[in-house]
Design a binder for this molecule. Sequence first.
Ligand code: ZN
Length: 144
Amino acid sequence: MEFEDLYQEIILDHYRKPRNICEGDDTGHICVKHENPLCGDELSLHMKMNRNDTIKDICYRARGCSISISSASIMTEAVKGLKKNEAMELIETVRRMMHGEVVGDGLGDIEALQGVAKFPVRVKCALLAWMALKDALQSPYRQR
Ligand code: ZN
């Protein structure tokens, strides 16, 4: 299997079976809403932090293209349990990757998003969830 096909498969898998869709209420969550008007993607991200500054719980509701949905699914899976600073580093890595930098491997499903960097109009779709996460991590919140 070519790498391109493999990446495509991973993205489709997350699109068809998105992980971490919000269920129930968002009480106590940090909530942010981001949009990508260029494509019509909408994402609301809900997150809870642990006392020790790790991401305890993260979920989202989204409407949009396959890239934006699968990126949100991949992102939430990747960052659950990470410390705030680790998550911020990962966001920066993904941002650099989406601008065509080679960032190495070991990123799991995130690597599948690399293929999107070749399509500049879709980069904003792929980065939507990551920018929402950055916003959420920088929001003032009460520790629980
Ligand atoms: Zn999109």
